[in-house]
Design a protein around this ligand. Structure first.
Ligand SMILES: Cc1cc2nc3c(=O)[nH]c(=O)nc-3n(C[C@H](O)[C@H](O)[C@H](O)COP(=O)(O)O)c2cc1C
Length: 327
């Protein structure tokens, strides 16, 4: 079965990123060429207990489709109920998180903690597949630690449970985000199951995505940290896949234009002050590799209104122009 967003040639996917892949950023990623986007993970317990913060994460605007909503939890009944609630938001896919390494999640038996209880993981996946009418996918890591890599067993179980695709973040739980993702496991999972496999881990540049497709045979490439403050990565990668040429990174003016769209759309959803403050975590990505970026980023940590941000960015333009003129 062709999955929405994964049915084209070499699909590129925006990873689920807590506090990053909210609605405004997902829309930017889609506009810049992501074929499928993931929500931040949503707590099953939060949804079951009616937490406003969790329900806010189910809000989807038309420009975000196709989208997968990801839920996490350690109890089958809660995750099933949460998946049903997620379904009401009308995403294309419901995704199960079997990879979160955080102590507050994995330590309580959810996220990557489920890799240590494969029977429970399989039962949970089967129960969710039976409970919702949408395709259900799962995102896993290689295992808990290097000594207990069990991704091939987990992938076979997920296939038996009826999931529609698997994302493999090619690290163990104990690696968290350190070290290098071992893509050879993505290739092994791909050979072991007949489901679409989404490869994930350490794709930072267009050429990395091409290499992941080539070396692993994966059906889609998912980009996480490489997309933070960098929605252009999707269109640039598409261009690279078609031509073998990496387009230049966006100019300062292009970055500012997109940052301001991001900020204004976030302000519409969350209110101006909150949007301006939350935007601070995106500037590192948006300003990466630009001359004077550190100073500009520091200057962006104080404004509390969009107008003040615009003024700082305009001053930044003067810096960029001087530097360009100098070089
Ligand atoms: C800030 C941050 C938040 C993340 N939040 C989630 C999440 O909510 N759900 C999930 O499955 N993975 C989450 N991840 C993991 C990413 O989706 C991805 O698997 C990981 O970063 C490796 O891919 P990358 O090298 O392209 O970043 C998060 C990672 C980061 C850095």
């Amino acid at each position: 079965m062709a999955l929405p967003g994964l049915d084209g040639d070499h699909p590129l996917v925006l990873a689920p990123l807590e506090d990053i892949t909210d609605g405004p950023f997902r829309r930017l990623a889609r506009r810049h060429g992501a074929d499928l986007v993931f929500s931040e993970f949503v707590s099953a317990e939060g949804l079951v207990h009616g937490a406003a913060k969790s329900f806010a994460k189910l809000r989807i605007l038309p420009a975000e489709h196709p989208i997968a909503i990801q839920v996490f939890g350690s109890r089958i009944d809660s995750v099933v109920a949460a998946a049903r609630l997620a379904q009401q938001a009308e995403p294309e896919i419901v995704d199960l998180n079997f990879g979160c390494p955080a102590r507050k999640v994995a330590g309580k038996g959810g996220g990557a903690g489920l890799l240590r209880t494969p029977d429970l993981l399989e039962e949970m996946a089967r129960a969710v597949v039976a409970a919702v009418d949408l395709p259900v996918t799962a995102k896993v890591r290689l295992g808990w630690d290097m000594g207990t890599i069990n991704v091939l067993d987990v992938a076979a179980r997920l296939e038996r449970a009826g999931v529609a695709a698997i994302t493999v973040h090619a690290r163990t739980r104990c690696q968290r985000f350190r070290g290098t993702a071992d893509w050879s496991w993505i290739a092994r999972v791909k050979r072991a199951v007949s489901l679409p496999v989404i490869g994930n881990g350490d794709v930072r540049e267009p050429a990395d995505a091409e290499r992941m497709f080539r070396e692993t045979g994966c059906d889609a490439v998912m980009i996480g940290r490489g997309a933070m403050g960098n929605p252009w990565i999707f269109a640039r990668t598409r261009h690279y896949l078609r031509t073998g040429v990496s387009p230049p990174p966006p100019s300062y003016a292009e970055r500012v234009a997109v940052m301001l769209v991001h900020l204004r759309e976030a302000a519409e959803e969350k209110g101006e002050r909150r949007a301006v403050i939350e935007m601070r975590k995106h500037y590192r990505g948006y300003l990466k590799h630009l001359p004077g970026a550190a100073r500009l980023r520091a200057a962006l940590m104080t404004p509390e209104s969009i107008a003040a941000v615009v003024r700082v960015l305009a001053d930044g333009e003067a810096v960029q122009e001087t530097r360009d003129g100098d070089s």
